[in-house]
Each structure stands twice: as C-alpha cells, then as structure tokens.
Design a binder for this molecule. Structure first.
Ligand SMILES: Nc1ncnc2c1ncn2[C@@H]1O[C@H](COP(=O)(O)OP(=O)(O)O)[C@@H](O)[C@H]1O
Ligand SMILES: [Mg+2]
Length: 252
C-alpha cells in the first residue's frame, strides 16, 4: 500500500470523513502552500463538521419541545424578570457548580422558553442537556421501578449535567410517585444541575406531592443551592391572541 492509499485508509479508520473526501482536491488546489497551512485548513474543517454534527445529535437527544434561544426572548414584555439574573445563568456557572434553577409563575410567562434557552446554551457549550415534563418523568420512573431498573434509569439521567424538569404541579402525584420523584431529586443533589419549573408556589408543593413532609424534603434539596426566578406577569400567548384580534379588528 502506497502513501496515498494509506492516508485515505487512516482518515477513514480515524473517522475523519470530511477530510478524507476533500483532501485530494484541496491538495491539488494548494500546490505551493506551506504544509502547516494545508493541515490547518483540513483539520479545522474536520473539527467544524464534527462539532456541528455532535451538537445536532445532542439537540436531537435533548427532548426539547422547541428550540428557542435567549435572543428570542422579549424581556420588555416580562419586566418582573431581572435580566442580570438570567445573564448570570446564561454563563452556565450554575452547571459547573452543580446548582439548580427554579422558574415559578403562571402559564405562558416563559418558564419553558427560558429553560430551553439555558439548555440550548448548555448544548452549544458541549454540555449535554435533557428535557422532560414532570408527568413523563414520574411515569418513566414508575415503569422502571416496576421493571426493577430504577437504578439504571437514574444512572442514565446522571449522564446529563443539566436536566430540565418542566411543569411540576399540573398533576398531583400519588405517594408512590412522590417517593420516586424524591429519589430523582436526591440523586442529582450536589452532583448535577436541574432546572425545575412550576405554576405552583413552594407552599403549594405539599399538595402537589400529596405529603407535606415529602415536599419539605424535596424542597430542602432543590433549594439548598438554587436560583429561584419568580415570574409575575401576563401570558405571552394572550399577548399574541390580543395582537391577532387587534389586527383582525383593523382589517374589518
Ligand atoms: N417574553 C417572551 N418573549 C418571547 N416569547 C415568549 C416570551 N414569553 C413566552 N414566550 C413564548 O410564548 C410561548 C409560551 O411560553 P412558555 O415558555 O411555554 O410559557 P410557560 O412555560 O411559562 O407556560 C412560547 O412559545 C414562548 O416561546
Ligand atoms: Mg411551560
């Protein structure tokens, strides 16, 4: 095998498909260029492709219900949100410090949007993030418990340095479900970051979890290292509805 074939074989075996497919034409077109420049170009292109593919894979696995960023968020519509707090969260320091975030507020104020924006930033920074609704989480844990693979599932979740558990409080939990949720919260406590969102204030979590003592234990762990963002304001969905009906009025 000559050097030409060996280079191609090496590139394929190393999984450098981009470089493998472009190297011939690029070398042809850059005959008098310094070798370092050529290597620089070919390797940088390979890395760029790999990174964007990895990011895309992480996004596909993330379970995000939509992809929105912080730039899509209109802070002027929600003045109760302290922009400085969100900017600090966007640095992702909370993930490095294994701290939590809780977004509280009524429907439509942007809890999911801001959570996803943090998740997107996390993935763009090469930190895997995973989104799940509280209902789905509890259903999954329950099934895993019945199939005796709860520990395995919790270990799988631990691979995500950031998890988003959305919509706590839309459905009250049974005692068994609360217990499983508590185990989940405990497994991440001081080890991994989690963003929780809820339409219920903390004082109502006792009702949600069906047990005051359980709620206190859960909140104790969530809130020990935590940024709480309490959003008070109108639903953005209502704003859209209002604007649409306004436009309709104008047309009429
Ligand atoms: N301040 C905002 N600027 C831009 N879009 C917003 C804002 N608040 C909410 N939205 C959008 O309105 C919809 C509802 O927001 P969402 O985050 O799902 O609310 P919540 O989770 O609090 O119920 C989403 O499409 C979201 O992107
Ligand atoms: Mg939501």
């Amino acid at each position: 095998m000559g050097p030409y074939e060996r280079v191609h074989e090496c590139l394929l075996k190393l999984g450098m498909a981009t470089m493998e497919s472009t190297i011939d034409s690029y070398l042809e077109a850059s005959k008098n260029r310094p070798v370092m420049e050529i290597l620089d170009h070919l390797l940088s292109e390979e890395l760029k492709h790999k990174t964007s593919k990895k990011t895309e894979n992480m996004l596909n696995w993330s379970g995000f219900p939509f992809r929105k960023t912080i730039d899509d968020f209109d802070f002027s519509f929600q003045p109760s949100i302290d922009r400085m707090v969100i900017d600090e969260l966007m640095t992702l320091r909370f993930i490095h410090n294994t701290e939590n975030v809780v977004f509280l507020g009524p429907p439509g104020v942007g809890k999911t949007h801001l959570s996803i924006a943090l998740g997107m930033r996390s993935i763009m920074s090469d930190i895997p993030a995973y989104y799940i609704s509280a209902v789905k989480l509890v259903q999954t844990l329950k099934k895993d418990y019945d199939l005796k693979r709860l520990e395995y599932r919790i270990k799988t979740y631990s691979r995500f340095k950031l998890m988003i558990v959305d919509e706590i409080g839309y459905l009250p939990l049974t005692r068994e479900e609360s217990n499983l949720f508590f185990q989940f919260v405990s497994s991440r406590y001081e080890r991994k970051s989690t963003i929780y969102t809820s339409n219920k204030s903390f004082s109502e979590w006792g009702e949600v979890l069906g047990d005051q003592v359980m709620a206190a234990a859960v909140l104790d762990r969530i809130l020990h290292h935590c940024t709480v963002v309490n959003i008070k304001g109108e639903s953005y969905r209502i704003k859209d509805r209002k604007r649409n009906s306004f436009q309709k009025d104008k047309r009429e």
